[in-house]
Design a protein around this ligand. Structure first.
Ligand code: C2E
Ligand code: MG
Ligand code: MG
Ligand code: MG
Length: 286
């Protein structure tokens, strides 16, 4: 009986692998058409100074509403796009779209906020990356100092020499570089001496159950002190509650991004909440 069971399980396992492969193949296929079919969009999550409660920037996060497959999370399709190379094209689309939104905000609301975009290893490895980024900024008429590229530790260690060289050139061009999900990998500290960073985004796992004097507290405190001493901005990611926000204020993080302030918002929703004066919002309700 156990033998039959084992066999059953094997075939179940095979079936589920096959199902996975089929799903992946479908996602792959649909993703190829996503850009021209207008299925992609960006949402923007506010980044706020916890002292003044003012907006300092936003992070652009991709959303994919597939006509065939429904809403698919970036946690699901970004890794696939990284594997099959589509991330290169997606990444250029994201940068263009983010720049065009930022330009609109600059023109309409005279704002000087920063725009962060996520960049994967495969994008940095693309030989046309620097040239294309340069072109996109030029065509969008965006000063590079308003753009931050967020890279993760795994990106950074993928091909260290090349990554460092590309980041240095981006940095010389004026683009800011942020180390995302900081503290979750193995070589976070060594990257601080190797990469031309302007900010550190402490991973949201450190804020999940944050309490004063806990281990997480001590780690955040040490990262904040180190980051500040090195001249980097320290960003607290994934702060969800007012209690956490109070602690983050005590820890003197420079910027907070999390549900406590706002979820990621569609462009018009962000404009309504942050750029349109309060009284015009009231007026628009009659
Ligand atoms: P990330 O760059 O670390 O982005 C932050 C993620 O945390 C976002 O998830 C955001 O919605 C979520 N988040 C923000 N505040 C909170 C909070 O208070 N609580 C909780 N539980 N979550 C919070 P999202 O939008 O699902 O993106 C997931 C990941 O997908 C991103 O993590 C990033 O690694 C990747 N990604 C998203 N858009 C892009 C893109 O345009 N290009 C690339 N290469 N990767 C992207
Ligand atoms: Mg990010
Ligand atoms: Mg992150
Ligand atoms: Mg993340």
């Amino acid at each position: 009986q156990s033998k039959a069971n084992g066999k059953n399980q094997t075939s179940l396992y095979k079936a589920s692998i096959q199902a996975d492969r089929n799903t992946r193949a479908r996602i792959d296929n649909e993703l190829r058409k996503a850009i021209i079919s207008n299925e992609l969009s960006l949402v923007y999550q506010p980044q706020i100074c916890p002292v003044t409660n003012k907006l300092t920037g936003v992070e652009a996060l991709i959303r994919w509403h597939s006509k065939e497959l429904g809403e698919i999370s970036p946690a699901e399709f970004i890794p696939l796009a990284e594997e099959n190379g589509q991330i290169v094209e997606l990444g250029y689309w994201v940068l263009k779209e983010a720049c065009s939104t930022l330009k609109k905000w600059q023109k309409t609301f005279s704002t000087h906020i920063n725009m962060s975009v996520n960049v994967s290893a495969a994008q940095l490895a693309n030989p046309m990356f620097l040239k294309t980024v340069h072109q996109i900024l030029q065509v969008s008429a965006i000063n590079p100092k308003y753009i931050t590229m967020e890279i993760t530790e795994s990106t950074a260690i993928a091909d260290m020499d090349n990554v460092r060289s590309i980041l240095e050139q981006l940095s010389q061009h004026g683009i800011q570089i942020s180390l995302d999900d900081f503290g979750t990998g193995f070589s976070s500290i060594s990257l601080l001496r190797q990469l031309p960073l302007t900010s550190l985004k402490i991973d949201r796992s450190f804020f999940n159950e944050l309490k004063r004097d806990s281990q997480d507290w001590l780690i955040i405190k040490a990262i904040q002190e180190l980051g500040s001493a090195m001249g980097h901005k320290v960003v607290a990611e994934g702060v969800e509650t007012l209690a956490q926000l109070d602690l983050v204020r005590e820890l003197e993080c420079d910027v907070v991004q999390g549900y406590v302030y706002s979820q990621p918002l569609a462009q018009t929703a962000l404009e309504a909440s942050y750029f349109l004066p309060q009284d015009s919002k009231i007026r628009s309700f009659g």
